[in-house]
Design a protein around this ligand. Structure first.
Ligand code: ZN
Length: 151
C-alpha cells in the first residue's frame, strides 16, 4: 500500500501496533491536518532525507538540526560557553525540564509521589528559579556580574 492509497480514504487507513492514548490521538489528528493539503502522486513511495541536498541521511545533518531545533534563547550559547561538560549537560537538562526531579520521575512511573515533596509545586524547575534561596542566588549573580537577566 502506498501513502497515497492510505490517504485516499477518510479517515486515512493507518494502523498502529498498539492503541494510541489521548495525547497521541490529538497529535495524530494535528499531523493529519497539517499534511492534509499535500498532494500525493500515484507512484511508488520513496524515502528521502530532507536535511541534505542529496536526500541521503547523515548523522551530521541530524545533529545540526537537533542543535538548531532545540536552541532556545536561554540555552543558545550554552554549548559554546567555557564551562565543564557536566555543567553544560546539567544546564541543558534544566532548561529542557529533563532533570530527574520528583515530577519527571513520576512521569516515567518511577518510585515517587509526584509533585515536589517539600512545597507540592507542580513544575520541576521551581527549585532553581522560584524558591527564596534560588531567588537570592540569582540576585547575587546579577549583582556580581552587573547583568539584568532574571530567569
Ligand atoms: Zn518544592
Amino acid at each position: 500500500m502506498t501513502v497515497a492509497e492510505a490517504f485516499a480514504s477518510t479517515p486515512p487507513t493507518i494502523y498502529f501496533k498498539r492503541e494510541l492514548n489521548g495525547q497521541e490521538q490529538t497529535s495524530l489528528a494535528a499531523l493529519l491536518q497539517l499534511i492534509g493539503p499535500i498532494n500525493l502522486a500515484d507512484e511508488p513511495d520513496t524515502v528521502s532525507w530532507a536535511l541534505t541536498s542529496s536526500g541521503k541521511f547523515t548523522v551530521n545533518s541530524l545533529y545540526r538540526k537537533l542543535c538548531r531545533g532545540t536552541a532556545q534563547l536561554a540555552i543558545a550559547g550554552l554549548w559554546i560557553a567555557r564551562l565543564p561538560l557536566k555543567i553544560k549537560l546539567f544546564m541543558w537538562q534544566l532548561f529542557r525540564d529533563k532533570l530527574p526531579t520528583s515530577l519527571n520521575v513520576a512521569k516515567r512511573n518511577g518510585p515517587t509521589t509526584g509533585p515536589c515533596v517539600l512545597c507540592r509545586a507542580p513544575d520541576a524547575n521551581h527549585v532553581f528559579f522560584n524558591r527564596p534561596l534560588a531567588r537570592f542566588a540569582w540576585r547575587a549573580v546579577r549583582t556580581a556580574t552587573g547583568v539584568q537577566w532574571d530567569p
